[in-house]
Design a protein around this ligand. Structure first.
Ligand SMILES: Cc1cc2nc3c(=O)[nH]c(=O)nc-3n(C[C@H](O)[C@H](O)[C@H](O)COP(=O)(O)OP(=O)(O)OC[C@H]3O[C@@H](n4cnc5c(N)ncnc54)[C@H](O)[C@@H]3O)c2cc1C
Length: 433
């Protein structure tokens, strides 16, 4: 097939390489010109500098379609790490390094033509060909894949879908770990803790780089103080789970504090409310179809799960209109449930920060159910498979009554040790005087 792919993020890169290797003729349209003088700002991809926890599903996808790329990722410093409490693995790599490696591979592949321009529109003709309109002319193909993430390509034609604001914001920073400090990070465990009013995380990345992350309410403007490096260092030292690892003699900051706002949890199916297919010949894939808010680090996993399913449909030889419908139905069955659990988890996280009731619309959020029974022999295996995204969210429903009983007895998801929001922000302000 002649396939045009719009967007060279993780989804577009994976699809371009995998489909080219399967013998399809690939044209890629990407508006970003890549790094300039060694700097890559990646305009429009707000998460580019934010830490990513990359799940087993991404490693599985590479093993299945592009096994050599896993080696290239490793030689760029990426690490396949054990996942805490699971048989799965995680890929430890900065997003910027991951993307650089895949951009180089796409550009080096003689079977892929890359057009550095912006796609504006796509139309399907009676002969079954799709015309893609770009700023530098038109491209015709049998199929267009929209892998533009949350960008607004074809926005005016698509149904609005489901869109929830999780009400959270990020502040993160990258550090180089000195050789003498490496032993402390050797067990590969990521840090993740919820405290009264905020959460913290630590991510192992490539090349002995780690990233720390503070997550707080996006409406909480007082948190802006931690964007200042000295305040960020002070709050890092104030949270025991971070302070024990991030010792000044072991780590050196190598980035500014990166702020992430406008997180959204978005699911957009292909049909309008009137059941019309208004983008025939175009399949929306990756974040363009389902873009979960980042708190559970599911975005790249759901994107590559979609990409793999799409490759199967392309290879099965369906006509393009049928394939698009089948893909949409699969997304509704397999992806949409993750949208709903993410909405509930995001709402309940903010409630937990404030010590409020944890129910969302009369249901208990999956994160609460999973925490309530994490040590329960009877449920543990199911919960771990759910957390690894090997089982769907529905497997937790039978555990709701037991969780309610636990909550009624006074149990709450425990807070990690450390300062409350007010104490943390006092520490941040004190560091500036
Ligand atoms: C703050 C934050 C933290 C995250 N953390 C994690 C995490 O820990 N783990 C995880 O798995 N996921 C995480 N995610 C999600 C993950 O980043 C996304 O799932 C992933 O980027 C989706 O890739 P994509 O290729 O579909 O889209 P994108 O990465 O958005 O790529 C889209 C591409 O399309 C190009 N483009 C856009 N419009 C056009 C156009 N009209 N013409 C040509 N090119 C165009 C863009 O330049 C870009 O290259 C996070 C997201 C956010 C916002």
């Amino acid at each position: 097939m002649d396939i045009s792919i719009v967007g060279l993020g993780p989804t577009g890169c994976f699809l371009a390489l995998a489909l080219a290797r399967r013998g399809h003729r690939i044209t890629v349209v990407e508006r970003d010109r890549g790094p300039v003088a060694g700097r890559w700002t990646r305009r429009g991809v707000v998460q580019f500098h934010q830490p990513h926890g990359i799940r087993t599903q991404v490693v599985d996808a590479l093993r299945a379609e592009l096994p050599d790329m896993l080696e290239v990722v490793r030689s760029a410093g990426g690490q396949v790490l054990p996942a805490p409490g699971s048989e799965d693995v995680r890929l430890g790599i900065r997003r910027s390094v991951y993307e650089s490696v895949f951009w180089d591979a796409v550009r080096a592949d003689a079977r892929i033509e890359v057009l550095p321009t912006t796609a504006r529109d796509a139309s399907y003709a009676a002969d079954g060909r799709v015309t893609l309109v770009t700023d530098h002319g038109v491209v015709t193909s049998d199929l267009v894949l929209n892998a533009t993430g949350r960008a607004r390509f074809l926005d005016d034609r698509r149904a609005p879908g489901l869109d929830a604001d999780p009400g959270i914001a990020y502040a993160s920073r990258q550090y180089q770990v000195a050789e003498r400090g490496l032993a402390a990070f050797a067990d590969g465990q990521a840090v993740s803790g919820t405290l009264p009013g905020y959460s913290v995380m630590l991510f192992r990345q490539d090349s002995d780089v780690v990233s720390t992350l503070f997550v707080h309410e996006s409406a909480d403007d007082e948190f802006a103080v931690i964007r200042l490096p000295s305040a960020y260092d002070a709050v890092t030292a104030a949270v025991p789970a971070l302070a024990s690892l991030m010792r000044p003699e072991s780590v050196r900051p190598i980035s500014p504090v990166h702020v992430g706002r406008r997180m959204r949890n978005v699911y957009r199916g292909r049909l309008t409310e009137a059941d019309e297919d208004v983008t025939p010949g175009v399949v929306h894939v990756g974040d363009a179809q389902f873009s979960p808010s980042p708190m559970n680090g599911r975005g790249m996993a759901t994107s590559l799960l979609q990409a793999r399913h799409l490759i199967d449909l392309v290879e099965a030889g369906h006509d393009v209109l049928t394939m698009a419908r089948m893909f949409d139905e699969w997304c509704r069955a397999e992806m949409l449930p993750w949208f709903h659990v993410q909405v509930a988890d995001d709402v309940s996280l903010v409630r937990q920060w404030h010590g409020l009731d944890l129910e969302v619309d009369g249901r208990l959020p999956p994160s609460v159910i999973a925490k309530a029974h994490a040590d329960d022999e009877h449920y543990r295996e199911t919960i771990n498979h759910y957390l690894d995204m090997r089982l769907p969210p529905s497997v937790l429903i039978p555990m709701e009554p037991a969780t309610r009983a636990k909550l009624a007895s006074g149990w709450r998801p425990p807070f990690a040790d450390g300062p409350s929001r007010a104490e943390l922000l006092r520490t941040a302000r004190a560091a500036l005087t």
